[in-house]
Structures are given as C-alpha cells and as structure tokens.
Design a protein around this ligand. Structure first.
Ligand SMILES: [Zn+2]
Ligand SMILES: [Zn+2]
Length: 172
C-alpha cells in the first residue's frame, strides 16, 4: 500500500491491512512470516514542516526463523506499536549522503511522493526481532562431533577441547 503525500495534504490517511506471508519481502531466506500480518494506523503530513510525515500504528504477526544454534524453527510472536517520523529528501547523489549520515538518528527519510507501508512494516518487524535468534533461551544447539540436535537428548560425545591449530602449536 502506498501512503501518498498528496492525499495527506488533504486528510490523514488511515490504513487497516492484512498482509499474507510472501506479500512483504524480508530479503532473508532464514526468516519468514508464519501467518498473516495485521496492521492498523494512520499517516499524516505534519503542519509547519518541510513535508515531514508521521506514521503511527500497530502490527501483529508470527515470525519464524532458523534457530542460530540448532537450525530448528524458532518462533517470534510480535505485537508492537510504532510512532515514526519521516523527512523528505530530494533525489540525487548529494542527498544519498544525507540519508547515510542520519542512519543512527531516530528520523527516517522518504523519497518522492510518499512511503510504501510494506517497507515501514518490514523495518519494524526486523527491529523487533532479537539479534540472537534462538528457539529458546536454553537451546543446547547441535553437537559439533556427531551433528545431533542436543535438545533431543544427549548423544554422549566427548566435548572437543583442542582443535587442529592448537595441536600444531603443541608440537613446536
Ligand atoms: Zn535452537
Ligand atoms: Zn554428538
């Protein structure tokens, strides 16, 4: 859904949408939507600014990904609200730099006639996911010796303490 700045000049644009899995691209094969993403909110052009857009709303979705430790499915039910501000940038190479410099500030930018709601939602979902994506806090991961998922039981392998590089050093 395109949030059009021209429409916002006339009124606040409200949205209430449901996106099925696949409709929002996450650009990560190890991360996917496990159910519909529902969202509702509004976008408005702020008065007395040079075209700043405020997007407010909430979203709810069940995300799934590959567990970083055991490679099984890890689930992340997300329910969050957002209140975001976007400033316009003119197109052109000089402004690409401006956008880069502002990367760690809280203000985002939009280019052209407005914002794509799907882009806003993707960013919020990615921000809400933890850095370490594991299926559960105490996930035991995969045994480096035999490859068994250690959450399913102890394979009995002895832990490998020294790897080959250390073995080579010892011989010196
Ligand atoms: Zn795991
Ligand atoms: Zn093992």
């Amino acid at each position: 859904m395109f949030l059009n700045r021209r429409e916002m000049e006339l009124r606040k644009v409200r949205f209430e949408e449901t996106f099925q899995p696949g409709e929002i691209e996450f650009f990560d094969q190890k991360l996917w939507q496990a159910g519909p993403l529902s969202t509702a909110g509004s976008a408005e052009l702020l008065p007395n600014t040079n075209g700043e857009i405020r997007v407010r709303g909430s979203l709810e979705v069940l995300m799934e990904c590959e567990c970083d430790r055991c490679l099984e499915v890890a689930q992340f039910p997300l329910k969050l609200s957002f209140d975001l501000f976007y400033e316009p940038v003119e197109e052109g190479p000089a402004d690409a730099e401006v956008a880069l410099e502002a990367e760690d500030s809280t203000i985002d930018f939009y280019q052209g006639e407005g914002l794509v709601l799907e882009d806003v939602l993707r960013e919020q979902v990615l921000l809400a996911l933890p850095m370490r994506r594991i299926c559960r806090e105490d996930c035991k991961g995969i045994c480096p010796v035999c490859g068994q998922n250690r959450n399913r039981g102890d394979c009995g392998c002895k832990p490998v303490i020294l790897d080959d590089r250390w073995a080579a050093l010892r011989e010196l």
